[in-house]
Ligand binder design. Structure first.
Ligand SMILES: Cc1cc2nc3c(=O)[nH]c(=O)nc-3n(C[C@H](O)[C@H](O)[C@H](O)COP(=O)(O)O)c2cc1C
Ligand code: SF4
Length: 406
């Protein structure tokens, strides 16, 4: 199949993207560790993506409130002091005619910052961090909603082209939408419709905080990876409600996770030969995961809700990416890991590259989240040795982050 469709311009609300390839939100662990302020290496990372013609860039999750901070080194959008760095970021991307959306996030009970006071709808411990939680008060819920709105206002002031609300992957919004983590029996929970209320309040508050026509999108956790969790029917109905409240696009992902690999599947489309050349010993003992693994949820969304659909998760060949778009299942494809390993991938595809991307979804980059700046740990090969040395020396246990249970 020809890849031409990948290089056609497309729109998200009032934003025009030069092609259909989006850089999915990818946390960088590269901001000033304590303050969340932008750094020069972070600016350079984004400038490189923009210079390499990525159609639309979604930032790594930016914490909208200190209690919603995921890890040290995460970039903040919680305070006006972040504005100079964020403005410099949009300036660097716009210099290359790029489009950049700010991903607004609150990590909820998934915060890995030691000593933080995380927030959750109900007293349900987080399976990934082990954080024990208390039920959020009415005032705390209102404070979180206000923080999303204030973050959106800052994104506009900093020159972003849109905001992307993080409503997936076990963070606060998914904790309100899941029956497993939302055990409330008040206006915020107790039925599927009441579980709409928190994301709805966030979307409305963000919409009010930005100028008319400013693009507002959401990454939605459509299905939980836990027993008794959120199911696709409820999410598709909810997506319709949120689009009605002003979302311009929905990126399809998973909700509550048992492990980070529920969102970032391992060894996507990696055959034995590819596993051997990338020294993926573990892959030889397990099966590769299929490409475009969230596609059935995009199809369910497409069938019922009239909105722009972004599909993330396991885009590994230009053929699959083009076929997803040709079929109408999605309007854009988004990639995280392939652009860590090959920041110039989109430029290569625009220039005619076809076939499989280099990333083998080994997830070393994910394991090092919060420990080291974002990078591919398989190339150059010396990085594999650095990874082994860190692991063997107990680095993951020593570090100042609450370890994610894999
Ligand atoms: C190192 C790393 C960091 C991530 N950080 C974020 C993030 O900040 N926000 C987000 O929405 N998703 C984040 N994700 C999930 C990705 O956006 C994406 O949904 C997932 O990796 C599947 O897409 P892929 O197969 O293209 O990597 C992250 C994934 C990785 C590997
Ligand atoms: S470490 Fe490199 S090859 Fe492994 S998932 Fe991350 S980007 Fe892909």
């Amino acid at each position: 199949m020809s890849s031409d469709i990948l290089t056609r311009a497309g729109s998200i609300g009032s934003a025009t993207l030069r092609n259909r390839m989006i850089r999915a939100g990818t946390s960088e662990s590269m901001a000033e560790p304590d303050s969340g302020v932008m750094t020069e290496p972070l600016l350079a990372l984004y400038e490189q993506l923009a210079a390499n013609r990525v159609g639309g860039i979604i930032t790594g999750h930016l914490y909208a409130h200190p209690r919603g901070r995921y890890a040290r080194g995460q970039t903040g959008i919680h305070d006006d002091e972040m504005l100079p760095g964020l403005s410099e970021l949009t300036g660097r991307v716009h210099r290359h005619s790029g489009i950049i959306f700010a991903q607004l996030a609150h990590a909820g009970s998934q915060s890995r910052v030691p000593g933080n006071d995380p927030l959750a709808p109900s007293p349900v411990p987080n399976p990934l961090t082990g954080n024990d939680m208390e039920e959020a008060s009415e005032a705390e819920i209102e404070e979180a909603i206000t923080a999303f709105a204030a973050a959106a206002r800052r994104a506009v002031a900093a020159g972003f082209d849109g905001v992307h609300i993080h409503g997936a992957n076990g963070y606060l919004i998914t904790e309100f939408t899941s029956p497993v983590t939302n055990r409330r029996d008040d206006g915020w929970g107790g039925s599927a419709e009441k579980r709409d209320e928190f994301p709805l309040a966030v979307v409305r508050a963000v919409r009010e905080a930005v100028p008319a026509g400013f693009p507002v999108t959401m990454k939605m956790g459509m299905v939980d990876a836990v027993d008794g969790g959120l199911a696709i029917e409820e999410s598709v109905r909810r997506a319709g409600v949120l689009v009605g409240a002003g979302l311009d696009a929905v990126e399809v992902s998973c909700g509550l996770m048992q492990a980070p690999t529920d969102s970032a599947n391992t060894y996507v489309a990696v055959g034995p030969r590819r596993a051997a050349t990338d020294m993926l010993v573990h892959r030889l003992a397990s099966k590769p995961r299929p490409e475009a693994y969230f596609r059935p949820w995009a199809q369910a969304l497409r069938a019922q809700v009239d909105t722009t659909v972004i599909l993330v998760g396991g885009m590994r060949t230009t053929q699959t990416m083009a076929e997803v778009l040709e079929s109408g299942d999605a309007d854009f494809v988004a990639m995280a890991r392939p652009l860590i390993r090959e920041p110039d991938l989109v430029a290569q595809i625009e220039d005619g590259r076809e076939g499989q991307v280099d990333c083998t979804s080994c997830n070393l980059c994910l394991i090092h989240e919060g420990h080291h700046p974002l990078q591919c740990w398989r190339t150059p090969k010396v990085r594999l040795l650095q990874h082994a040395a860190y692991r063997l020396s107990g680095g993951f246990r020593r570090a100042e982050v609450i370890p994610t249970k894999h």
